[in-house]
Design a protein around this ligand. Structure first.
Ligand code: ADP
Length: 204
């Protein structure tokens, strides 16, 4: 209700009021995503997360995720490169696959400066499909790479702290990936960028 009314008011407002209401909308959206993240974790912890595993094509799911994020990408004037052609389908729960890709791709956008590049590529590796999401962003120090998948962990740095998350996105992505038989890991170099890999079984 807060989000809906604030959006309505923002659309109708003029002058500085519009800007203030824009901030209310943004804060309400952040609050919503924190609540969604908490609910996802609770579902994992209680074993209530129900998954339906079936063959899923990657390109349409990535397309939907990019569509949701298009305003952010346009605002940052970032370039997205896709290499998903002829990729066989993965075995996954479509909704969970969407959630994982959405977390990884939105992080790539968040932690990459304006004009940066993000590449989403897939390849087959011995019965597994490996999706690589590479960015040209701030990178992650090597000694913290293992910890970023912990719940509530954030790399301490004022540049990154300006972002709204609370350190749950990657924990959810990894736990959800494991729930559907997949794996997530990352390689990174500070100031050069990061690549997050998601591996899932190939659907035969
Ligand atoms: P948040 O919602 O705070 O972004 P995440 O669990 O998604 O939490 O990520 C944890 C931390 O890992 C982030 O706060 C950030 O420091 C780091 N991180 C995640 N993705 C990237 C990336 N693509 N580039 C650089 N740092 C990243």
């Amino acid at each position: 209700v807060v989000l809906a009314y604030a959006t309505l008011l923002e659309e109708e407002a003029i002058g500085p009021m519009r800007e203030h209401l824009g901030q209310v909308v943004q804060a309400a959206m952040q609050l919503k995503s924190i609540i969604d993240e908490m609910v996802s974790l609770r579902h994992i912890d209680t074993g209530e997360a129900q998954v339906h595993i079936a063959p899923v094509e990657t390109a349409p799911v990535v397309g939907e995720v990019l569509d949701d994020l298009r305003l952010l990408i346009a605002r940052k004037n970032q370039k997205i490169e896709l290499d998903l052609e002829d990729l066989p389908p993965v075995l996954a729960d479509r909704q969970v696959y969407h959630l994982i890709l959405s977390n990884l791709i939105s992080n790539a956008i968040k932690f990459t400066p304006d004009e940066g590049r993000i590449r989403i590529a897939g390849q087959v590796d011995g019965g597994q499909i490996v999706i690589a999401i590479s960015d040209t962003g701030v990178g992650i120090p090597e000694d913290e790479l293992g910890r970023i998948f912990e719940r509530f962990y954030q790399v301490e740095d004022s540049l990154r702290r300006q972002h709204g998350g609370i350190g749950l996105g990657l924990a959810i992505a990894r736990e959800m990936a494991e729930l559907i038989g997949g794996r997530i890991w990352a390689v990174s170099k500070v100031d050069c960028g990061s690549t997050f890999y998601l591996s899932l079984p190939q659907a035969s």
